[in-house]
Design a protein. Structure first.
Length: 118
């Protein structure tokens, strides 16, 4: 391999490394922004995650499998997955009032199939 090819190969490798580093930094910044948003929303909640779970379980008559802050909402909301009769229901609970806002039955893809708004 002559020196010109070696220089080109070295330059291409350097560009690939720099591009990879830039992508990693962008992903880290995005992750930090998401976490900051979640913390901001969580601080606005006047009910606990446990209270949200209780409200979801009482509304559906099922048992909670998973619970998290709904980071896709501009208002503080908890998203609770409830198992009842072998089916998974997604319940949205208002983080300030504790009121159940929505109950939906998840289909196999994990998306809400039926929506029942409260």
């Amino acid at each position: 391999m002559n020196t010109i090819h070696l220089k080109i190969l070295t330059s291409l490798c350097a560009i690939m490394i720099m591009t990879g580093s830039a992508v990693n930094l962008a992903q880290a910044a995005k992750s930090d922004n998401k976490e900051a948003k979640e913390l901001q929303l969580f601080n606005q909640a006047t009910i606990s995650l446990q209270d949200a779970i209780k409200a979801a379980e009482q509304k559906t008559g099922g048992k909670a499998m998973e619970a998290e802050l709904n980071d896709e909402s501009v208002a503080v909301q908890f998203e609770i997955e409830i198992l009842k009769d072998g089916k998974v229901h997604e319940v949205i609970v208002d983080g300030k009032t504790g009121k159940v806002l929505k109950v939906s039955l998840e289909d196999e893809s994990g998306e809400g199939a039926e929506n029942e708004k409260e």
